[in-house]
Design a protein around this ligand. Structure first.
Ligand SMILES: Cc1ncc(COP(=O)(O)O)c(C=O)c1O
Length: 424
């Protein structure tokens, strides 16, 4: 068995002379001592580099960062400072973006079941676009218009009937989906007609998103072709082709780069005669491999002829993806980055669930012991943002590292935080 593939680590991960891990010049052992474990550590220069790559590929004001992947005020500001707009999928995400100082005009509101309060907050703030998902939302926007006279700029989310090769729970472009107006059954065209005739909205474009963690560029090209067919005759100013670019999580996985994704989409749109502004909404591809989670090993349990369990001080509350989707992750010891991982163990968390698994067959060095720090790379997307307080476990802090400095951007929750909404 092999050492962890270094290509999965953040751009500025290096191996010190003693074989231990440095992230952007910070010793991981020092970060763990200062901030405790579990902790999410993001390489800030890596985040900025992915933002810049996306802006280079698609253009300024053509990249809308999907904040659901990872959101805190520092991340919202970083993305905005790098020239990205922000996709927010709830009133809560909008509130965080605005609190970070991102102008409302840089935000797009998403969601398949937006409440009237969320629509009102977005319209009042003056967001750039609301992406309308259903006829019921058009009804709610009519109500808001009747009450307040608001006329937001909207896109219509179209479900193109394209199946992305990804996990069922994160595939969204097929006909059988809760999202959007189906193209195949005529709903999309009916929605366009209604929005065009409506005084309650200004229809400025169309949107689609076929799914998340998609590795096959041809799925994106197929969706672009279907959308172009529909969009070109309508001649609307904006066409947003969603996010969904996958990233490698484990040894052997390969995904197109953001630049390659841009070439595929923009070439397809040009060839199909699209004259609208073409934008995208990447989340995972911006943040996933910028971060790793550092845990501490607390229990090593060998069951002869069965398996070895290694338990760390986090689990499904800081990374539910393995439980939700069976997602794979690599793991290694930051004290010995290039060590052969000659043991297979089930890496589990500290929650009261047998299903609390972080890696079903983790490769780790055979001398992994209680007290070791354990690093799990590529946890920057849908980890912290999907976290929970199950078992009243406090959410981990988030630390940004750069040029040898570490900056705490989200502190660890406390037991008092757990009771902040509990009225007794
Ligand atoms: C509408 C929309 N846009 C963008 C994204 C971001 O996807 P990803 O993080 O895979 O790029 C999602 C994720 O589910 C989404 O639903």
């Amino acid at each position: 068995m092999t050492a962890v593939p270094l290509g999965l680590l953040p751009d500025n991960a290096t191996v010190a002379d003693d074989g231990s891990l440095l992230l952007a010049g910070c010793r991981v052992a020092d970060l763990a001592a200062e901030f405790g474990t579990p902790v999410f550590v993001y390489d800030e220069a890596h985040l900025r580099a992915r933002c810049r790559e996306a802006v280079d590929a698609f253009g300024r004001d053509r990249v809308i960062y999907a904040t659901k992947a990872f959101l805190c005020k520092a991340m919202a500001r970083l993305a905005y400072d790098e020239g990205l707009l922000l996709d927010v999928a709830s009133g809560g995400e909008l509130a965080v973006a605005l609190a970070a100082g991102v102008p409302p005009g840089a935000c797009t509101l998403h969601g398949n079941n937006k409440s009237i309060a969320e629509l009102r907050a977005a319209a009042d703030a003056g967001v750039r676009h609301i992406v309308v998902d259903s006829f019921d939302e058009l009804d709610r926007l009519d109500e808001l218009h009747a009450e307040f006279g608001s006329t937001p700029n909207v896109l219509l989310r179209v479900t193109p009937g394209v199946s992305a090769h990804t996990h069922e729970f994160i595939a969204t472009g097929q006909d059988d989906s809760k999202f959007g107006f189906n193209l195949g059954n005529g709903d999309a065209l009916r929605a366009v007609d209604r929005a065009r005739r409506s005084a309650a909205v200004e229809l400025v474009g169309l949107h689609c998103h076929i799914g998340s963690n998609v590795f096959d560029a041809s799925s994106f090209a197929k969706a672009a072709a279907v959308m172009a067919d529909f969009a070109v005759p309508l001649d609307l100013p904006e066409l947003v082709l969603g996010g969904g670019l996958g990233v490698p999580y484990v040894e052997g996985e390969e995904a197109p780069t953001i630049t390659q994704w841009g070439n595929v989409l923009l070439d397809a749109c040009a060839a199909l005669g699209v004259r609208s502004n073409v934008s995208v909404e990447p989340g995972r591809a911006i943040v996933a491999s910028a971060a790793m989670t550092i845990y501490t090993v607390g229990t090593v349990k060998h069951i002869p002829d069965v398996r070895t369990y290694i338990a760390v001080d986090g689990g499904m509350s800081d990374n539910p993806r393995p439980v939700l989707y069976g997602s794979g992750y690599e793991s290694f010891l930051p004290r010995a980055v290039t060590a052969e991982r000659d043991m297979t163990a089930r890496l589990v968390g500290k929650h009261c669930e047998s299903g609390d698994v972080l890696s079903f067959a983790a490769k780790l060095p055979g001398d992994t012991a209680v007290g070791d720090l354990l690093a799990m790379p590529v946890t920057g997307a849908y980890g912290h943002s999907m976290g929970s307080n199950y078992n009243k476990i406090t959410r981990p802090p988030v630390v940004f590292v750069g040029d040898g400095d570490a900056r705490l951007v989200v502190r660890r929750e406390t037991h008092d935080d757990l009771m902040i909404t509990d009225l007794g």
